[in-house]
Design a protein around this ligand. Structure first.
Ligand SMILES: Cc1cc2nc3c(=O)[nH]c(=O)nc-3n(C[C@H](O)[C@H](O)[C@H](O)COP(=O)(O)OP(=O)(O)OC[C@H]3O[C@@H](n4cnc5c(N)ncnc54)[C@H](O)[C@@H]3O)c2cc1C
Length: 480
């Protein structure tokens, strides 16, 4: 294998592998250093894909459990329609199907590398001076990058002070995705996307679920109305929601975990469950990378970059979960890391590139009901001084929602009055993670509410709620 490349990328997650493909498309000789035995990073192996595969099983189970409503009968029960089937779950099959999907996708990345003549260098990459990357295990060698080194080493689960992960009883998403036996009870610490997705998953699998959030509301980055709707739905489903609550200690034992927690009013309480899933966020992966020694400016372990992903050292750029800007709060999302990878590869190839607008990054959370959101929340729009107008429309009125039996939730449009521009769209309800694409394009095109109203939404679809929410923002919803 060669040792001199135009671009050397450390990390093959959705940031690194997409940057590699775009660089290769633009004629740059590219290598990717990856130390895991598979390509694809967190998203494909331990994140987006396995969690959504498991959630799809949970959805299938939900439909099967509602067999009476749907008029389903299975096997012998078809002859005795009054009793009906006992619906069970074969976790070996669930895990096998999930693993097959993951394998297919990671194999797909390997195929794309071959197709685009990208070399996969196996081992850990370490920055080793101007244009040099040492491979410290695996294929021991030094690579030269004549144009750029890209750091795309991503993130990993982390805990909070005082709560030690033992990975047996006090676990992270890495362990939770591979459970062959679903625990009878679980406490989930943290109500961001990962926390609420696992809460939905375990509850759909029929288990006792408690979710603990330090802040006053769950999914705290979402619009407040979305948080309130999800909390209402979770309580209805039997998920115990403790907001404004801090876990102060967690002691693992042979059969479970004993927790102590403190409410914001200072009252203390105890809880126990078979498992504690810590979903309080992910930290950057930079250990062994030689980032400080290479002179990169760091911020709490993250690599600081400018709007074009340049680090403080010429010739080294960084993208994805491992980066931060001057303003904290870089979202950790697969599609964002890929978008950054494409912009960066194009910049390295000499193309003129426009910076990404971080107000226009869609976020999807696949809890039940699912959430899709893009742009400013109502509170943020007001904070920025906009004279805001709101339009909300509930899915439950729609024919398609009734047909699907998915009537929870709404679409909320945040717009400003002066130019009628759409600033944000926030949805909770079935298929919101798909519907958000229209809203993202609307923001990208600086669309007005009037243009959303004049966009014809097909019937019967859930997307009609977007058009109706736009009508509502002008005080003229047709169906409510
Ligand atoms: C449970 C879960 C669910 C998620 N669901 C979603 C979702 O639905 N949608 C979404 O957008 N995002 C989701 N995410 C987040 C998403 O997975 C990440 O934002 C995304 O994977 C970040 O990509 P990345 O390329 O920056 O890093 P990563 O995907 O973390 O990839 C980094 C790669 O670098 C390798 N590496 C690290 N250091 C070195 C080194 N020194 N040498 C060689 N290789 C190295 C690692 O092995 C890894 O393969 C989820 C995350 C989790 C944990």
């Amino acid at each position: 294998m060669a040792s001199e490349y135009d671009v050397v990328i450390i990390g093959s997650g959705t940031g690194g592998y997409v940057a590699a493909i775009r660089a290769a498309q633009l004629g740059l000789k590219t290598a990717v250093v990856e130390r895991a035995p598979v390509l694809g990073g967190t998203c494909l192996n331990w994140g987006c894909i396995p969690t959504k595969a498991l959630l799809e099983h949970a959805h299938a189970l939900k439909v099967a459990q509602d067999w009476k409503e749907w008029g389903l009968t299975i096997g012998a029960a078809a002859l005795r329609q009054d009793s009906g089937p006992a619906i069970g779950l074969d976790m070996d099959q669930v895990q096998a199907r999930k693993d097959k999907i993951v394998k297919g996708l990671t194999g797909g990345v390997e195929f794309l590398f071959k197709k685009n003549k990208i070399d996969w260098i196996r081992g850990s990459g370490r920055l080793a001076g101007k244009g040099k990357v040492d491979i410290t295990d695996g294929d021991t060698q030094t690579l030269t990058a004549t144009k750029e080194i890209i750091v795309a080493t991503g993130s990993q689960p982390r805990s909070v002070p005082g709560i030690e992960l033992d990975r047996k009883r006090i676990i992270t998403s890495d362990e939770a995705i591979n459970m062959k036996t679903i625990p009878k009870s679980i406490v989930i610490m943290g109500s961001g996307a990962v926390g609420v997705e696992f809460a939905s998953l375990f509850r759909r699998f029929g288990r006792e679920v408690t979710i603990i959030e330090l802040l006053p509301r769950i999914v705290p980055v979402e619009d407040e109305a979305v948080s309130a709707e999800l909390e209402r739905s979770f309580r209805k489903q039997g998920i115990k929601v403790l907001t404004g609550t801090k876990v102060t200690s967690a002691k693992p034992g042979a059969n479970g975990v004993d927790l102590e927690a403190q409410l914001l009013d200072g009252k203390a309480g105890t809880l126990s469950a078979e498992y504690l899933l810590v979903a309080t966020g992910r930290g950057p992966v930079t250990s062994g990378l030689g980032a400080e020694e290479a002179g990169l400016t760091m911020d709490r372990g993250y690599i600081k970059v400018d709007a074009q992903y340049r680090t403080s050292v010429p010739g080294i750029s960084a993208i994805g979960d491992v980066i931060t800007f001057d303003t904290p709060g870089h979202p950790q999302l697969a599609h964002l890391s890929s978008a950054e990878g494409i912009v960066l590869a194009e910049r390295i190839a000499g193309q003129e590139v426009r910076p990404i607008n971080y107000d226009h990054i869609p976020g999807c959370t696949y809890c039940d009901p699912e959430i899709g959101s893009v742009g400013l929340t109502e509170a943020k729009a007001k904070q920025r001084g906009f004279d805001v107008r709101i339009g909300t429309f509930r899915f439950g009125v729609l024919g398609r929602a009734k047909i699907a039996g998915e009537t929870e939730g709404f679409v909320k449009i945040v717009a400003e009055k002066k130019y009628d521009e759409v600033l944000g769209v926030h949805m909770i309800g079935s298929r919101s993670t798909e519907l958000v694409a229209e809203a993202t394009l609307a923001l990208r095109l600086e669309c007005t509410v009037e243009e959303l109203i004049r966009t014809i939404h097909a019937h019967p679809t859930m997307s009609e709620a977007v058009g109706e929410a736009a009508h509502a923002a002008h005080g003229a919803a047709i169906h409510s």
